[in-house]
Write a protein that binds this ligand. Structure first.
Ligand SMILES: CC(C)(COP(=O)(O)OP(=O)(O)OC[C@H]1O[C@@H](n2cnc3c(N)ncnc32)[C@H](O)[C@@H]1OP(=O)(O)O)[C@@H](O)C(=O)NCCC(=O)NCCS
Length: 190
């Protein structure tokens, strides 16, 4: 059985980061993230143009947490509690103990090992506490940094969908990577 208990919301600590619930106090930092053109281009999503879009996104995140359908954490630097990105699971599938993971950091924080630290934290809790059987990632095959990060964590490519995602007047391919709990635990014990 999936065992997702979000009350109290799980706060995750890594060496340099705290992963915690996103609140309205993060609105300005969160807007900086979701309006960043480079970051949003990597997600193949339109950057937010105003705070209303951000606040309604924040409401969707709260709804996801309250209905156990998705979970998002703010990725914050321990040194100043600034939100520099977000990670989480969407489309939680209780029947199959599976979810899709997402992760994004502001570009100025890339290539410092912070993405790996944050993703590892949500893999650890996914498999050790929530009891997911598997996780998947849906990646643009051209997104090398994302593919590098998840393959380093043990994800393997399982599918390639041709032109199944319509964005900015183009049909884009998607690659699906996945990680089984047993493979993750084996890799972590090596
Ligand atoms: C994908 C993403 C989260 C990766 O985050 P990141 O913080 O840059 O990833 P990391 O720093 O952990 O790993 C990148 C490199 O930094 C290196 N690194 C690790 N620790 C480091 C450290 N302490 N200092 C410097 N570099 C380090 C790693 O070796 C890694 O390089 P390698 O893969 O060649 O070994 C980030 O590029 C991102 O937010 N992209 C935009 C959003 C996105 O694409 N999301 C995924 C959609 S599917």
């Amino acid at each position: 059985m999936l065992n997702i208990n979000l009350n109290p919301f799980p706060i995750l600590n890594t060496n340099r980061l705290i992963l915690r619930r996103i609140t309205t106090e993060d609105a300005q930092d969160f807007f900086e993230i979701r309006s960043n053109k480079e970051l949003m281009a990597a997600l193949d999503k339109k950057p937010f143009k105003n705070m209303d879009e951000l606040l309604s996104f924040l409401e969707q995140i709260e709804f996801g947490i309250n209905s156990n359908t998705s979970i998002a954490w703010a990725v914050c630097l321990k040194e100043d509690n600034k939100m520099i990105g977000h990670v989480g699971y969407h489309r939680i599938d209780f029947t199959n103990h599976r979810a899709e993971i997402g992760y994004a950091l502001l570009p100025q924080f890339h290539n410092k090992g912070l993405g790996s630290e944050a993703v590892k934290a949500i893999l650890d809790i996914a498999f050790n506490q929530f009891n997911f059987h598997s996780l998947e990632a849906d990646v643009n095959p051209a997104n090398n940094s994302s593919i590098k990060l998840i393959t380093k964590m043990g994800f393997v490519k399982e599918a390639h969908f041709r032109e199944n995602y319509f964005y900015r007047n183009t049909f884009l391919d998607s690659a699906i990577y996945s990680l089984l709990k047993k493979d993750y635990l084996r890799l972590q014990s090596q």
